[in-house]
Every structure is written in C-alpha cells, then in structure tokens.
Design a protein around this ligand. Structure first.
Ligand code: IMP
Length: 200
C-alpha cells in the first residue's frame, strides 16, 4: 500500500464521540494521525448512500480527494429489529433534535407495534481510501437489545438505550475500554489497525 502522504492517516469524522473512540484504538500505530480539525474549512459530503458501507465510501473518498491524504471514514448506526431496521443509516438524522427526543420517538414507535423492547444491533462500516480510490474496507457489528428508559452517561448517541447482555448494562453504563472491547466500532477499527500494521 502506498500512502498518499507517507506516514499519515486522516481520520475523517465530525462526530466527537466517534473520534475519541477511534483515536484510542489507532493511537499506537506508527503513523501521524490527522483529523478534520486540521482541515477546518472542508465541506461535509452528503450521505446519500443506502447502506453504511456506501456512506463510508462516499465520505472517505470525498475527504481523501479534497485533502490528498490516506483517509479512513466510517458510517454507523442502530438497527432495531421491531422497527424493520430503523433508524439504520438515518440514525444521526432520526426524528428529534436531542437524543431524549429520539428515544421518545423509538418508545412511541415500539408501543405502536405493541412492544416495549426489541433485539437490536450497532453496525459500523469503515472505508480506507486514497484520493484515487478505495483501498480497503471492514465492518463491525455488536448485537444487543433496546432498553428504555435510558441508563448511563458515558459514550454518546444511542448508547444509553443499548443494553449489552454480557455486561448486564447499557453501553452508556460501562467504561470506554469495556465499550471498545465489544463495540461495532472497536471491532472494525481493530481490523483496520491490524491491516495497517501488516499491509504496508
Ligand atoms: P453517521 O455515521 O455520521 O451517519 O452517524 C451515526 C449515528 O449513529 C450517530 O450519530 C449515532 O446517533 C449513532 N451511533 C453510531 N455509533 C454509535 C455508538 O457507538 N453509540 C451510540 N450511537 C451510535
């Protein structure tokens, strides 16, 4: 693999919660990690894909061609089985400005279907690109269950309503290391770390 700028990797996400988790996993790679804070004026690409993988590719390619950097981007979200996989790729844009509102919408939609819980999963698709195209991609999935009301204050997004049975807690009620050990993002980015360490 030839890096666009040798020894550098742009971690392209505008989500602070994701960035923190990703940097914790990639931090020990012998690479200079740069972020979108190093490119503050770049426009955000529109997420027009129908799948997590498509959106990850769209974002990674847009940022790689705008910066000339070897770039990793990810797209992720929550799939709730009782809601036919919603909010899925719309997780960030799902009904409601705040997560309290999003959780209330989910509770209402479940109640309309006579349910108060559901199996669910977080999915993370990542794409590694150079300015001239896709280099490598990976996916991570963590299976769990929706649990309302929300519990815990760690993590971000839907973590307070995502109950992980093996921990007996939501992912907002565990440490960052415990979340990373099992999470969709943890799995996908550990695969990237292994790839980067061996493929150069
Ligand atoms: P996007 O990938 O920028 O479209 O946003 C993904 C959205 O999915 C986030 O804004 C969260 O709402 C949700 N999400 C993704 N990963 C996690 C996670 O690890 N915990 C909680 N919510 C997540």
């Amino acid at each position: 693999m030839t890096a666009a700028r040798p020894g550098r990797l742009l971690v392209a996400t505008t989500n602070g919660g994701k960035l923190r988790e990703i940097l914790a996993i990639l931090g020990d790679l012998p690479l200079t990690l740069v972020t979108l804070a190093d490119y503050p004026t770049l426009p955000e690409p529109e997420e027009t894909g129908a799948t997590f993988a498509e959106n990850a590719r769209i974002k990674a390619l847009a940022y790689a061609s705008a910066t000339g950097e070897l770039t990793v981007a990810e797209d992720s979200g929550l799939e709730i089985d009782a809601l036919n996989g919603e909010p899925g790729v719309r997780s960030a844009r799902f009904n409601g400005e705040s997560y309290a509102e999003k959780f209330a919408t989910i509770a209402r939609m479940l109640a309309e279907r006579g349910a108060d819980s559901s199996t669910a999963r977080f999915v993370c698709a990542l794409a590694l690109t150079r300015p001239d195209g896709l280099v490598w991609e990976a996916t991570g999935i963590v299976e769990g269950r929706l649990q309302l009301p929300a519990r815990g204050h760690a993590g971000f997004g839907y973590d307070p309503i995502f109950y992980y049975p093996a921990y007996g807690r939501t992912l907002a009620d565990v440490t960052e290391a415990e979340k990373a050990a099992v999470s969709h993002r943890g799995q996908a980015f550990r695969r990237l770390r292994t790839y980067m360490a061996t493929a150069v």
